[in-house]
Write a protein that binds this ligand. Structure first.
Ligand SMILES: Cc1cc2nc3c(=O)[nH]c(=O)nc-3n(C[C@H](O)[C@H](O)[C@H](O)COP(=O)(O)OP(=O)(O)OC[C@H]3O[C@@H](n4cnc5c(N)ncnc54)[C@H](O)[C@@H]3O)c2cc1C
Length: 299
């Protein structure tokens, strides 16, 4: 099937894009068109106007800020995957980016499009939730910043308003100094070109990586495709904090995560299986993050 007819608009600035969004009836933003193109080709969306952001170069950047990193909405998965700045400061993000689909999707797809799509199986929503990031939204009336924990409201439903666009995401680097931190993004996938069955985004900061049994000072655990929104499991984080990583701690974490998730069953993975995978992948991801935190002082 072909998309229903629409008018294509190609603004050059954020202001122009916002003016179009306000002036046009039934307009949809277009970023990398990797998801929207499929939805429109199947006529599940039939907007009269497409506001194509590919000419808005001011939306593409990865910058250091006073307290972290800011990533422009039109930054592609490929650029995130290859960013030295992110590899050093927030390695969970390049790891999440490099596992998205194949090269053609990663060359075109953007972080703004992923957050705009708001698929609970998406890689960045879970990663940004674990890292306590925020989404910076802009309309003709100004900007506002929404914590990721409040942005995803229900299945593919967000706090984004009709007249707004996602301008960027902000991600704090506190409390994760590279020399004492490990991060991991681990996913179970049936094939490269599918969304994962379940993913686990984790971060660990230890007190002293050179100690015999480094103590976990801070842990983060968030999951994708394990509920109708990305899900953080703070109860599982707190069982790890204040202790070295132990088998008992990992077992408790697995049980808590398995009990906390509320996934939808899928053709290849029923609900019970996904609950078990969520617990197991949260555990493995934390183990990897902890090992990386302990090794971090040597790198
Ligand atoms: C085969 C395949 C496999 C995939 N596997 C994965 C995977 O494993 N993990 C994963 O995370 N993703 C996966 N994806 C999705 C991929 O990451 C998409 O690129 C992404 O979700 C959409 O990004 P896009 O830039 O193409 O956005 P588009 O498709 O252009 O837009 C998607 C939605 O976001 C809205 N939007 C876009 N930009 C903005 C903005 N700046 N402000 C507000 N709204 C905006 C659009 O209006 C639209 O509703 C897969 C996609 C495909 C095709």
């Amino acid at each position: 099937m072909k998309p229903a007819p629409f008018t294509h608009h190609r603004p050059k600035t954020i202001e122009e894009a916002l003016e179009l969004l306000e002036a046009l009836e039934d307009a949809e933003l277009m970023a990398g068109n990797q998801s929207l193109g499929i939805v429109m080709a199947n006529r599940l969306a039939t907007p009269d106007h497409l506001v194509d952001l590919n000419g808005v170069s001011e939306l593409t950047y990865i910058d250091n800020t006073d307290d972290g990193v800011r990533i422009g909405a039109m930054t592609t998965h490929r650029t995130l995957e290859r960013s030295d700045l992110l590899a050093e400061a927030l390695p969970m993000l390049p790891e999440a980016a490099e596992q998205i689909a194949g090269p053609s999707v990663r060359n075109q797809g953007t972080i703004g499009g992923s957050i705009g799509e708001a698929d609970p199986a998406g890689n960045y929503p879970a990663a940004l939730l674990a890292l306590e990031g925020s989404v910076n939204l802009r309309s003709a009336d100004g900007t506002r910043s929404v914590p990721v924990s409040e942005y995803f409201i229900a299945y593919m439903f967000t706090d984004l308003r009709e007249e707004e666009l996602i301008e960027s995401v902000s991600v704090p680097t506190e409390p994760f100094p590279p020399a004492r931190t490990g991060m991991a993004f681990l996913e179970l996938k049936r094939a490269a070109q599918t969304f994962p069955t379940v993913s686990a985004a984790t971060a660990v900061r230890v007190d002293d990586p050179t100690a015999a049994d480094p103590v976990v000072e801070d842990a983060r655990i968030a999951l994708a495709n394990a509920a109708d929104v990305p899900l953080r499991v703070e109860d599982a984080e707190s069982v790890l904090e204040g202790e070295p990583l132990t088998e008992d701690g990992l077992e408790e974490l697995t049980e808590i995560v398995t009990g906390a998730v509320t996934p939808e069953g899928e053709m290849h993975a029923d609900r019970e299986y996904k609950e078990e995978v969520a617990g197991e992948y949260a555990k493995r991801s934390i183990e990897q993050a902890y090992d990386d935190a302990v090794a971090a002082s040597n790198s």
